[in-house]
Design a protein around this ligand. Sequence first.
Ligand code: FO1
Length: 324
Amino acid sequence: MRITALAGGVGGARFLRGLRSHLDATPELADAELTVIGNTGDDLSLFGLRVCPDLDTLVYTLGGGIHEEQGWGRADESHRVQGELAAYGAVPQWFALGDLDFGTHIVRSQWLGQGLSLSEVTARLAERWGLPERRITLLPMSDSPVETHVVIEDGDAHRAVHFQEWWVRMQAKVPAQRFQAVGMDRATAAPGVLDAIRQADVVLLPPSNPVVSIGIILGVPGVRDALRGTTAPVVGVSPLIGGMPVRGHADACLAAIGVECTAAAVAGLYEDFLDGWLVSQEDAASVRLRRAQVRGRPLLMTDRAAAAEIAGAALELALELRTA
Ligand code: FO1
């Protein structure tokens, strides 16, 4: 069985870790292949290095190196290099880069500098973290650089800041006027991305940010058409519980695009290809969709077992829809 997922950072990574362990624990599903299409709109260049936050969160979480409480960065981390950079007055200092994490950014930048594509680089990083032997393939959504920038009001002018500055330094407290996927006009889907959607038996949308994670991937030429055209059932998981994001700033992102912060409204962003929508128990009664099947259950990924159960429920809904 081939399962394809579109994913952003922390929530998506935890869901997919749960999915993989659910598959491994279910004999008839254990040999399923999982292909993850990762968002690269969060990527940024710092200190001469290329940093890919969502790809790294996925690799570290699926490979066992993640800082569990933070959901990003490495476990057992230190920040000696960052201290030296600060001593030299190097900026910015608002984006915490640990010493182990620097290893990833240095080797990625070296390989990119040698002419490898982001896909090739990502495959090498995934190899080191044992993803292939866990039947996980991680693909960047595109090999060409795409960066999400946020247009904010600055006095009576408007200016664009990198998504990470808005997300981390401003904590999304400054209202976003709109998001711009800079470079998307020249971007093409990375090798294997469209086929992974077209040839999947199941496509899943983890509870990632619908605007700046899933939404950016949907902007890659051909992705939305592939989702509309695939024979695979497409099942998404609501990132909201009781109308609030579990973590991060999805509410600020939805407000920026004029979409209300409800499970039904988020499903509306996917309605042209969505077949199933897993929502939290308290939201189930209020979600009525034209086409997609709605199912309610507890959605809080309190621990790995909960994440595995939620992922199992999403897969179960997809398999039911496949035979329907
Ligand atoms: N998030 C923060 O809130 N503060 C940070 O200093 C920070 C640093 C960081 C470094 C590497 C990395 O891969 C992720 C990092 N993140 C940080 C998380 C990141 O901003 C978000 O996880 C995603 O980009 C949003 O999905």
